[in-house]
Design a protein around this ligand. Structure first.
Ligand SMILES: [Zn+2]
Length: 308
């Protein structure tokens, strides 16, 4: 037995941090440049870092507020998943649904609404990542398909803002069928010569990328968004090769021809409106209450000098 024993002190834990005087949620640290930003400034800048243009993730209704001119009409708000398979993983799917409904105030992971974008009547489907990873189950598929059908009936273009981890595995094959259902509806939209713009935001992966997200007449992404089908680790293991830098990010995909445009969120609305006008979308009020102010005044041709 040793006479002296050095008792090991437990690892010193840093003294408890003084409670911050700044109320929770007033300031945000930018993951891009570590700048501390005042929450209201960030919101005023459409949740884009004013310093380094890092795009923060925003929720579905913030997205609609950013794109629509004002009010919008939401459809099929009450559709809710019935848990058709009675699925349980680490938790029953039913309780996952319940928790997401409580935390987001939505019944499923998409809002489908009509309104005007710079005076153009549009159907927008905006996906909500906060609802089970924005996954596409039966309800998401049904709401988007109905939205497209509504657009066909009213002769309006469609914009889908993707923000999703892919198909909802808790609904098994039923969730995979939504890919075909939405693509079928988009094909009917196409036959009516109505435009569909796909806006890909961080993240757009899995079954959503593999179906409608890549079918836009224009596929527009936000900067540095993660867009892909399978995760990088799965691909590395399959092809047994190291993946290049920036793989599965918007800029890389643009370079490889997978996307048409990478657009800053602050320019998104103007870009969408311009593209829709270029594609010949009518500005006239179509089955909406939008007053026809924009078209009320006839455009007078400037007099050509020299012509009598
Ligand atoms: Zn930043």
């Amino acid at each position: 037995m040793a006479w002296f024993k050095k008792t090991r002190k437990p690892m010193a834990t840093p003294a408890k941090e003084k409670p911050s005087r700044v109320p929770e949620g007033l300031w945000v640290k930018c993951p891009g440049c570590s700048q501390v930003i005042y929450n209201k400034d960030l919101a005023a800048n459409l949740s884009v870092c004013p310093k380094c243009a890092h795009h923060f993730r925003i929720n579905a209704s913030e997205r609609l507020r950013m794109l629509f001119d004002g009010e919008w009409i939401e459809y099929d708000k009450e559709l809710v998943s019935t848990d058709p398979l009675g699925f349980t993983d680490t938790k029953p799917y039913k309780s996952r649904l319940k928790a997401s409904i409580e935390s987001t105030g939505m019944k499923d992971a998409v809002i489908v609404a009509t309104g005007t974008v710079d005076g153009i009547p549009v159907v927008i489907a905006s996906m909500e990542y906060g609802f089970i990873g924005g996954s596409m189950g039966v309800v998401v598929g049904e709401k988007i398909a109905r939205g497209i059908e509504r657009a066909i009936a009213a002769q309006m273009p469609v914009v889908i803002v993707c923000c999703s981890g892919g198909a909802r595995m808790m609904e098994g094959a039923l969730s995979l069928m939504q890919m075909a259902k939405i693509c079928g509806a988009l094909a009917r939209l196409d036959r009516q010569k109505l435009p569909f713009l796909s806006v890909l935001t961080d993240p757009t992966t899995g079954g959503v990328t593999a179906s409608f997200a890549m079918l836009g007449d224009l596929n527009i992404a936000e900067p540095k968004a993660l867009i892909g089908f399978a995760g990088p680790r799965v691909i590395e293991q399959t092809i047994r090769q190291k993946l290049p830098e920036g793989f599965q990010r918007s800029e890389f995909l643009l370079e490889k021809g997978m996307l048409d445009l990478v657009v800053d969120r602050r320019e998104m609305k103007a870009t969408i409106a311009n593209a829709l006008r270029f594609m010949g979308t009518r500005q006239a009020p179509v089955a909406s209450q939008q007053p026809a102010v924009a078209l009320a005044e006839p455009i007078t041709e400037p007099a050509i000098p020299g012509a009598s």
